[in-house]
Design a protein around this ligand. Structure first.
Ligand SMILES: *Cc1c(COP(=O)(O)O)cnc(C)c1O
Length: 482
């Protein structure tokens, strides 16, 4: 059953609350006449229970990580412990104001300071900034820092090398910063081709933007060699750390020769992900890049914490106030609650889960690259084309079995890609059910392709025109729209 709009439930004069007349309502508001409405705003007039039921029902129409398995590769749809939500809503945090004096904010400053230090330790870097608001923002800030670094060294460099398996935000961030993109093709194993990298390396290259494990879920095993080639040419090695779920407590990017990296707290450190924000994309750097970090920085001196603004080489501020602090608090709470031992277990479980699924599915679906995987892997449904079945059909049919689809059609180097990331927080039973559903759907693709073409069958709405929905959103549901 589709839910009516809240406006359609409105009835004139119906209210949720009304305060006793006289007690609060008899003093005219001190608002100049010209700013007052001449007629009441056209808001829905509904009872409290209408509001509660309406929005509860809407939430039930949505697919969510709290209700079902959500194996979106690259996005890391983890279950995030609810205790971290609670902590981020502590009164002391939510009532803080960014213009309060530093003396009054010592608690939150200490948390931000310690979070920076913890992320620094986890990644083997020298310092972190918490300002960037998302992964892509971290990339952009990293590109600004690369630019500032080369200019300071006396030569502007105008190109960034990016492998063809990279996430689309990588070239976008570099281009927004004014760099030209040099795309290099992956080799037949889905990894960076050393010879191609060498051939493209010259004194105009500011940085290589690398994702490790890469978007195929494969570890760049030549990472040390890659770092050497990059550094020998005087360039920087940027790591897209969106896949840190595979490395926590096991390996440090700093030990791999990485000079700059961003993390996505909404992928790896306990901020719910999928509602479109807010997130956070802290950025870590090696020693020589510290002067360029966004200002202000938090400095600890004699057990007090203060913002330091006086940083002549800083690229400046990249976010009003001090980053998305609610997200930063969740990450801090998460790190405190898992401890350093728990940290390694997160990644171990992510790797075991992904490889378990890899093994269960590899006899049933084509997995073009790798003998095993890190925290995710990429399958291809291209062989089903002969039956007229697309990756989208598989994705839609999965909804009927109670699973969100994996990421589809990404990365671009795999035709008809199905990118599966089970994350660390899923049980073996869930993984078994998911594998069984995929195997069943692949069988249906041969025996009953029609059922896939018209899927999903069990959801409130079936196939929507997604392009139209994005280009011309019509939020009013009508009987005649299917
Ligand atoms: C998610 C992701 C990004 C972009 O991060 P946002 O936080 O969505 O801006 C970049 N690279 C990879 C590999 C990603 O998975």
């Amino acid at each position: 059953m589709l839910e009516k709009l809240i406006f359609e439930k409105s009835s004139p004069g119906r209210t949720a609350y009304s305060l006793p007349v006289g007690a609060y309502c008899n003093t005219p508001l001190p608002i100049p006449e010209r700013h007052l409405r001449s007629k009441p705003a056209e808001l829905p007039e509904v009872a409290e229970i209408d509001v509660v039921r309406h929005f509860t029902r809407l939430s039930q129409l949505n697919f969510s990580v709290d209700t079902n398995f959500y194996p979106l590769g690259s996005c890391t749809m983890k279950y995030n412990p609810k205790v971290n939500e609670d902590v981020s809503r502590y009164e002391g945090f939510v009532n803080l104001h960014p213009y309060q004096s530093q003396e009054q904010c010592q608690g939150i400053l200490q948390i931000l300071y310690e979070l920076e230090k913890t992320l620094t330790e986890i990644c083997g870097m020298e310092e972190f900034t918490l300002q960037p608001a998302a992964g892509a923002h971290g990339e952009f800030v990293g590109m600004l820092i690369s630019h500032a670094y080369h200019v300071k060294n006396g030569k502007r460099r105008n190109k960034i090398i990016i492998p063809d398996s990279a996430h689309g935000t990588n070239p976008a961030s570099a281009a927004m910063c004014g760099f030209d993109i040099v795309e290099i093709k992956s080799n037949s194993h889905g990894l960076i081709d050393i010879e191609t990298l060498k051939r493209n390396m010259d004194s105009d290259i500011a940085a290589l933007m690398l994702t490790n494990p890469n978007t195929l879920g494969l570890f760049e095993k030549d990472i040390l060699k890659i770092a050497e080639i990059v550094h020998d040419a005087g360039a920087l090695l940027y790591l897209d750390g969106a896949n840190m779920n595979a490395l926590l407590g096991i390996a440090k990017p700093g030990d791999m020769g990485v000079d700059i990296l961003h993390l996505n707290l909404h992928k790896t450190f306990s901020t719910p992900h999928g509602g479109g924000g807010p997130g956070a994309g802290p950025l870590g750097v090696v020693k020589k890049l510290i002067p360029f970090l966004p200002a202000p920085r938090i400095i600890k001196k004699d057990n007090s914490y203060n913002w330091q603004d006086d940083r002549p080489d800083s690229i400046g501020r990249v976010k009003p106030f001090h980053g998305n602090t609610g997200v930063l608090i969740r990450a801090y709470a998460y790190l405190v609650s898992v401890g350093s031992e728990g940290l390694g277990k997160i990644s171990e479980s992510a790797l075991v889960n992904a490889n378990y699924l890899w093994k269960k599915l590899s006899g049933h679906i084509e997995i073009p690259y790798g003998e095993r995987c890190m925290h995710e892997f990429v399958a291809s449904t291209r062989k089903l084309k002969a039956n007229g079945i697309t990756t989208l059909d598989i994705a839609k049919r999965l909804l009927d079995y109670g699973f969100h689809s994996p990421t589809i059609y990404f990365p671009l180097i795999v035709a008809d890609a199905l990118m599966i990331e089970p994350t660390d927080t899923e049980t073996r039973e869930t993984l078994d059910e998911f594998a069984d559903a995929i195997i069943k759907i692949l069988e249906e693709a041969k025996t009953n392709p029609e059922i896939l073409k018209k899927a999903p069958h069990n959801t409130p709405a079936s196939r929507l025109d997604e392009v139209q929905a994005a280009r011309k959103p019509d939020l009013r549901w009508r009987k005649d729209s299917s």
